[in-house]
Write a protein that binds this ligand. Structure first.
Ligand code: SF4
Length: 459
């Protein structure tokens, strides 16, 4: 029976950190595609020229990215892991005896310098640019979706909205998450998205939305919005918003415009689920952006009681009227189109036409004449309806799964089922870092194993 010969208390070591990190370790693949050489120059203006030298910002950014790539989101846990893991030390550029920053330094940097410069948005954009240069972005078709991520808000400490007032908040003494909430009250992705009051509110994080959208027990959540390119599932943009449909649709429009401004990329078509199928959003895509909407239309005009639906009436664009199944004309009602506030315009059949009509029982049995409502952006809805009947639509419905798979990866592999930070800024910080991590993992994998047709699956 042998016995270990070396002693742990050895005085001198011959040790090469570069040599001990395996060639096929994931940190090597990610380090090969991550360029942070620009960080110091860009952040220089946020640091004082006098006083004690700060912790290297590139080191902190590397550590945070590492944490999200390997699902270590707690900064305390991250510091402990980097302390003992040689591969993580190598990735961060630390030597074997270098000291690890204290976890509290991350909190300060996140809330001060990194936030002022929006440095993680810059990192995200540079990673996307690297994906574009590597040929991983097709630019023809994008998919958009949102996923609910539980907020760090305790249900037991929530209050009914009627018992809570914004006027009770003192902005000077309020927590940072509450100050963020106050600052975003007029923002279309936050307070301005809807003026409907939720059932409950979390006083510690009032921007978190009380939602029962998962048809399970209701909880406080934020929405993580992704705009992806469907070629290899690269995340083109990420946005945090309130967990309600209006905010998610607004976030999708923001991301489309920002991607066009930042990368000069506007897709030919966009695939999304029914939540994005309201007329104003289809109008934005079709009429303002010239993007083909592969989106199911939200349409309440369909009748299932055997009577005529709106689609049984033919719209005459030249004369702006409908022709009924009996060949009669339904002219548009007087008044300014859309003046009702819901964007709908009404078309009425003449009572004299309907009175003696043999089709009346199937048309308007309970009223003297038939009324048809049409949205002012109905033409955009018609474009979406026509696309839904094409063979390409079947393929794009399958492409949409790629964005859902990214959310599944986010929650199961990166373990982001619940946020660690509070407030809109905290949610945006975490979602951006998670998107950076997902894109880096994809870029590293596809750079190591160049894509062919079979590799076009989600990692
Ligand atoms: S009831 Fe009136 S609107 Fe309906 S089919 Fe007859 S004439 Fe046309």
């Amino acid at each position: 029976m042998g016995r270990r010969k070396s002693e742990q208390g050895q005085l001198f070591y011959a040790f090469d950190l570069e040599a001990v990190v395996p060639d096929d370790h994931q940190v090597r693949a990610i380090a090969a595609v991550l360029d942070l050489s620009w960080v110091r120059a860009e952040l220089a203006s946020h640091y004082s020229r006098t006083g004690r030298p700060s912790i290297d910002p590139e080191l902190m950014i590397r550590m945070l990215i590492l944490g999200y790539v390997f699902a270590i989101r707690s900064e305390r846990a991250l510091c402990r892991e980097v302390q003992v893991n040689l591969a993580y030390r190598w990735f961060c550029g630390l030597g074997i005896e270098d000291k690890i920053p204290d976890h509290s330094a991350f909190t300060r940097a996140r809330n001060e310098r990194f936030r002022e410069h929006d440095v993680f948005r810059r990192v995200f954009e540079r990673v996307v640019a690297a994906c574009i240069r590597a040929g991983l972005v097709g630019g023809e078709g994008f998919a958009v979706d949102a996923s609910l991520i539980a907020a760090d808000a305790n249900k037991c400490r929530s209050k009914p909205c009627a018992e809570w007032s914004i006027l009770d908040i003192d902005p000077k003494t309020a927590e940072r998450a509450v100050q963020d909430y106050l600052a975003t009250l007029g923002d279309p992705a936050w307070g301005g998205a809807s003026f409907a009051t939720p059932k409950f509110i979390a006083p510690a994080d009032p921007a978190a939305q009380w939602t029962g959208a998962l048809r399970n027990a209701a909880f406080f959540a934020y929405a993580d919005n992704y705009l992806i390119d469907v070629k290899f599932g690269i995340i083109m943009d990420v946005e945090a918003s309130r967990a309600i449909r209006q905010a998610e649709v607004g976030a999708s429009q923001t991301m489309i415009e920002r991607t066009e401004e930042t990368f000069g990329l506007k897709p030919e078509w966009l695939v999304a689920d029914t939540a994005y199928g309201a007329a104003p959003n289809l109008h934005f895509l079709v009429d303002q952006k010239n993007i083909a909407p592969h989106i199911p239309v939200i349409d309440k005009s369909q009748r299932d009681d055997g009577t005529f639906s709106r689609e049984d009436f033919i719209y005459d664009e030249t004369h702006d009227c409908y022709i009924c199944p009996n060949g009669k004309v339904l002219p548009r009602s007087r008044g300014v189109p859309g003046s009702r506030g819901d964007g709908m315009v009404s078309y009425f059949a003449r009572t004299a036409d309907c009175r003696g009509c043999p089709l009346k029982p199937k048309c308007c049995a309970k009223s003297p004449s038939r009324k048809i409502a049409r949205h002012i952006h109905e033409a955009a809805r018609d474009v979406a309806r026509a696309i839904a009947k094409t063979p390409a639509y079947e393929q794009t419905r399958r492409d949409r799964k790629k964005v859902e798979m990214l959310f599944a990866h986010l929650k199961r592999i990166l373990r982001m089922g619940r946020l660690r930070l509070r407030g809109p800024a905290g949610a945006q910080f975490e979602f951006t870092l998670a998107a950076i991590a997902q894109n880096l993992r994809r870029l590293a994998k596809l750079t190591l194993h160049p894509p062919d047709a079979a590799a076009q699956c989600v990692a």
